[in-house]
Design a protein around this ligand. Structure first.
Ligand code: SF4
Length: 491
């Protein structure tokens, strides 16, 4: 039950949302019937059609909903192999072989909403709500920076204790918390939709990406999952959240679906229409796309009983098709998935992952407890340490990156997109990945990871020297400055 104060806050916000829905000129750009119609029309694509779509995908121009639907409906295993190969090729072409690392930080789990699939829904008495006090937040940051993290995604429930004032205070605190050489350099935010004015305040604080997942694009399912009279019940307020963020000047925005609520093929087209509408209005598509799957949560039976749960094989297809359809967008794979599956999914087009994650509020202070179900929104599949994960990335030929240079050098929004669309991100991002990876190796890595990591960097330098000798020389000089004690160097 909500307290009278919580109810009053929610009701005030509901009035604000209702007024917005009446005044908003933008239209709902998701047409369920049209999406189903496309999926039906493309339900049996010919081999030739699929091959043509894949060659267009290799031109890095993105795909139309019809072309995307054709890929989603492929039946032959060998054609799926061709899609997977194309996805990997695109990822390498646009982003190179670097993988960006970040950590989630849950700051508050209190929420006035009651989403059917969520462990944090207010009616779930099996979960203990918690909001970090400033000293607890500082402790979490110091633990994260002591492991080598530089990028965070901070997560807040929708509640008066974690309103925009609280978000601003906590984000300022995160940037201000130093730990020897350790610091957080980019704070991305996952929180409920806000007003344009509220987004402006976050922009001023200097956030990185703002993330709002629609959860499901299917209107009827959205209505069933988000009970009436809750803040999340307004489909339109949520759908246009990132349009408002863009209006406020936040030009790195991120979309996602909670796969498992509805048909996955439908949801992939929903994501595509969302990306297309952002691009149509602002000239900038989403900075990243996330594809979390429903995971079990305490006292939340829907998470294991949904008729739309997505199989591992289908998750591979989702990632590869999205990679082909929206080639310029970063793709985020989280620790929700098990280590063995993450190994298989990363090559399909993933560019960002979290590692060493804990998702209970205050969970990093109890690092040795891999899971704290009574304080978690859902359960994690991969609880390995950051160092362990980095070692594996190097073994598999990737360059781990903690880079935040793009954002600090102004390569965001349109600027970033024009880079990404020309396949130029890798010219900046991979050298910067190497610089931040070197920082990690010098300051945080275990001896075995350091040894393997140095070999990874040497291999990259040798290859860069063959194609761009001047860039390789510059990079080598910067690495030498880091050996001598300098930090936070970037191109
Ligand atoms: S999904 Fe988000 S909005 Fe819904 S109950 Fe959970 S924390 Fe609240």
């Amino acid at each position: 039950m909500l307290t009278p104060e919580e109810r009053a806050w929610r009701d005030k916000r509901l009035t604000q949302i209702a007024a917005y829905e009446t005044a908003e000129k933008r239209r709902d750009f998701i047409d369920d019937e049209k999406i189903w119609d496309i999926l039906r029309r493309k339900s049996n694509p010919t081999r030739q059609e699929v091959e043509e779509v894949l060659s267009k995908a290799r031109e890095l121009r993105g795909l139309t909903p019809e072309e995307t639907a054709a890929l989603l409906n492929v039946g032959d295993a060998d054609l799926w192999e061709a899609i997977f190969e194309t996805a990997l090729w695109i990822k390498r072409e646009v982003y190179g072989n670097r993988i960006v690392l970040f950590a989630p930080l849950y700051i508050s789990s209190k929420c006035v909403n009651n989403c059917v699939y969520c462990g944090f829904r207010h009616s779930n008495e099996a979960v203990t709500e918690k909001t970090l006090a400033m000293d607890e937040l500082e402790r979490e940051i110091k633990i994260l920076t002591s492991k080598g993290h530089k990028r965070l995604i901070v997560v807040y429930g929708e509640h008066p204790v974690s309103d925009v004032d609280f978000m601003c205070r906590t984000i300022e605190k995160i940037y201000a918390t130093k730990n020897g050489r350790g610091e957080i350099r980019r704070v991305n935010v996952n929180a409920a939709p806000l007003t344009v004015e509220e987004y402006r305040r976050l922009k001023e604080i200097g956030i990185g990406t703002y993330q709002v997942f629609q959860e499901t694009y299917h209107h009827e399912t959205y209505r069933k999952m988000h009970p009436a009279n809750t803040l999340k019940s307004s489909y339109l307020w949520r759908l246009l959240a990132l349009h408002r963020a863009q209006e406020a000047g936040i030009d790195d925005v991120a979309i996602g679906v909670l796969f498992g609520l509805y048909d996955w093929r439908f949801e992939v087209l929903g994501l595509l229409y969302h990306a297309m509408d952002l691009e149509r209005e602002f000239g900038i598509g989403p900075h990243t796309i996330s594809f979390p799957r429903l995971e079990p949560a305490v006292n939340t039976p829907f998470t294991t009983q949904s008729p739309y749960l997505v199989a591992d094989e289908d998750l591979k297809k989702i990632i590869a098709v999205l990679r082909c359809a929206v080639p310029y967008t970063g793709m985020i794979l989280t620790c929700r998935e098990r280590p063995e599956l993450r190994r298989e999914l990363i090559p399909l087009g993933v560019s960002q992952v979290d590692a060493g994650s804990r998702i209970a509020v205050g969970g990093y202070a109890e690092m040795e407890r891999e899971r704290i179900p009574e304080r978690e929104q859902f359960q994690l599949g991969d609880t390995r340490s950051l160092d362990e994960f980095i070692y594996e990335l190097c073994q598999n030929g990737y360059i781990p990156s903690f880079c935040t240079a793009g954002y600090r050098a102004g390569r965001t929004g349109c600027h970033f997109m024009s880079f990404a669309k020309k396949g130029l991100v890798k010219n900046f991002c991979v050298p910067n990945a190497v610089l931040t990876f070197k920082e990690y190796l010098l300051d945080y890595a275990t001896p075995v990871t350091r040894e393997l990591g140095e070999q990874t960097i040497d291999r990259y330098l040798a290859e860069l020297g063959r194609h761009m000798p001047q860039r390789a020389e510059t990079l080598q000089a910067m690495l030498a400055r880091m050996e001598a004690g300098e930090r936070d160097l970037y191109i």
